[in-house]
Design a protein around this ligand. Structure first.
Ligand SMILES: C[S@@+](CC[C@H](N)C(=O)[O-])C[C@H]1O[C@@H](n2cnc3c(N)ncnc32)[C@H](O)[C@@H]1O
Length: 194
């Protein structure tokens, strides 16, 4: 599978620190301590940051090796995170309805097909509490075409999430990658479960 192969090395998104956009959400109080889920958590930097900020965190990813590495990091940094191997399109089999206050998504939504997006939005909605927050960081259509995942437009984000969520904002931001800090133009979605 593509994702298993990617983690045999150092994929471009696999930076050794949390995404600054999420760090800022903790600093400015938009993310507060609570039960948090990091969907497509990879090697766990963002999940570990949430745990350090006082959240009770679960991270989920398809790739066993990435989850194993995330577990080692958490132990080394003396932080407790519940890392699980699983498919975000089947979270209803893994988590209780309304289990989480916060869900973060760093680069997962933008890898999904149109069909997967709809299932994913439903799954995120199901495992969030009513009033719970979903923060999603994806490549924006302002990033020139070429290497990397599909570019996502604001209209596509609205179309996917508006039926189930109240959209608070979709902001221009950047993603750090192994190509450097702020190397990719991105959108940050803040949405609340209706
Ligand atoms: C672009 S990477 C981002 C990883 C991580 N969030 C980060 O910022 O380093 C996307 C991640 O989503 C995971 N992924 C893709 N499809 C998934 C699915 N259906 N269920 C769970 N994880 C998935 C991949 O294995 C990969 O780790």
């Amino acid at each position: 599978m593509y994702w298993d192969e990617a983690y045999k090395g150092r994929p471009p998104w696999d930076i050794d620190y949390p995404q600054p956009t999420f760090q800022a959400l903790i600093k400015n109080g938009e993310i507060k301590p609570g039960r948090a889920l990091d969907v497509g958590c990879g090697r766990g930097e963002n999940a570990i940051m949430l745990a350090k900020s006082g959240c009770e965190v679960t991270g989920i990813d398809l790739v066993k090796d990435a989850i194993a590495d995330a577990n080692i990091k958490a132990i080394e940094r003396r932080v407790k995170v519940n890392f699980v191997v699983g498919n975000v399109l089947q979270m209803d089999r893994l988590f209780i309805e309304g289990e989480f206050d916060i869900i973060i998504d760093s680069g997962l939504f933008h890898v999904m097909t149109d069909e997967e997006r709809l299932v994913f939005a439903w799954q995120v909605h199901r495992v969030l509490k009513t009033g719970g927050k979903y923060f999603m960081l994806c490549f924006s259509d302002k990033e020139p075409a070429g290497y990397g995942p599909r570019r996502v437009s604001k209209a596509e984000i609205e179309k996917t999430f508006t039926p189930l969520f109240k959209i608070i904002y979709i902001k221009d931001t950047t993603l750090d990658s192994r190509f450097g800090p702020s190397s990719r133009k991105a959108y940050l979605l803040s949405a609340v479960k209706r």
